[in-house]
Design a protein around this ligand. Structure first.
Ligand SMILES: C[S@@+](CC[C@H](N)C(=O)[O-])C[C@H]1O[C@@H](n2cnc3c(N)ncnc32)[C@H](O)[C@@H]1O
Length: 222
């Protein structure tokens, strides 16, 4: 049986993600998202696992830097190894452990603490992680507060199909309904869309759906 213990053995988790084609199908899905950020791009991958989402954007935007966090230090090491395999400079990556219940509070690999600044990220990526927060809604609100005006939060969430629910149960993943998640994001000042995966995104299509939220641009008062 698959279980969250698998996250501790990141080598095995990484092997499964690659050999089952998950990494490739998620990469393909992300490539199809039309995103354009002039200038410097700061990316946050919370609950990064093996880093597949954050590294995708790091590769896509040459003028970018990545903050990668996870509860498991092994995942951070795996993310750095995968950056090496993609020929990405690890100096562009800042890694720290963080609980998704308090996503802005990091402990860096050297043991020091770091608080992420509000409004400082153009891209926040999440994949099947906010369901591990003590309170998913609070976690989402805190994550949105880290988005810069016009910034995008891309959450490749567990979907509500029988296969998505089955895998969620195996991983002890309990999430709020997607309609509620959409509402929480809208109430936090975002425009939100749900984007389904298609056959070309198999096998990720079996378990994931994309919740995409864009924070409103700041308006100047007159
Ligand atoms: C299903 S994996 C997803 C990994 C990656 N985001 C992806 O989409 O492939 C869930 C990740 O969340 C991490 N995780 C579990 N509980 C967490 C928590 N309370 N805070 C932060 N990360 C957590 C696990 O270590 C694992 O890396």
């Amino acid at each position: 049986m698959l279980s969250p213990r698998l996250y501790k053995r990141t080598g095995i988790y990484d092997f499964f993600m690659k050999s089952l084609g998950y990494e490739r199908s998620i990469d393909r899905f992300l490539r199809e998202l039309p995103l354009d950020f002039p200038g410097k791009v700061r990316i946050l991958d919370s609950g990064c696992g093996t880093g597949l989402m954050g590294l995708h954007f790091l590769q896509r935007f040459p003028n970018s830097e990545l903050v990668a966090t996870d509860l498991e230090p092994n995942c951070l090491r795996s993310t750095l190894n995968n950056a090496d395999s993609r020929n990405l400079q690890t100096t562009r990556i800042c890694c720290g452990t963080a609980d998704i219940s308090h996503p802005s509070q990091l402990t860096l690999l050297n043991g020091s603490s770091l608080s992420l600044e509000t409004g400082s990220f153009q891209i926040i990526c999440l994949g099947a992680v906010v369901g591990y927060a003590n309170c998913t809604e609070t976690s989402i609100r805190e994550l949105v507060s880290l988005l810069a005006p016009g910034g995008i939060l891309i959450n490749l969430e567990m979907n509500e199909s029988p296969s998505g629910k089955f895998v969620s149960r195996q991983y002890h993943y309990s999430n709020i309904a997607l309609t509620r998640m959409k509402q929480v994001l809208q109430d936090s000042g975002c425009e939100v869309s749900l984007r389904r995966f298609h056959a070309r995104h198999l096998p990720a299509k079996l378990t994931r759906v994309a919740v995409i939220a864009q924070r409103a641009q700041e308006t100047t008062s007159v």
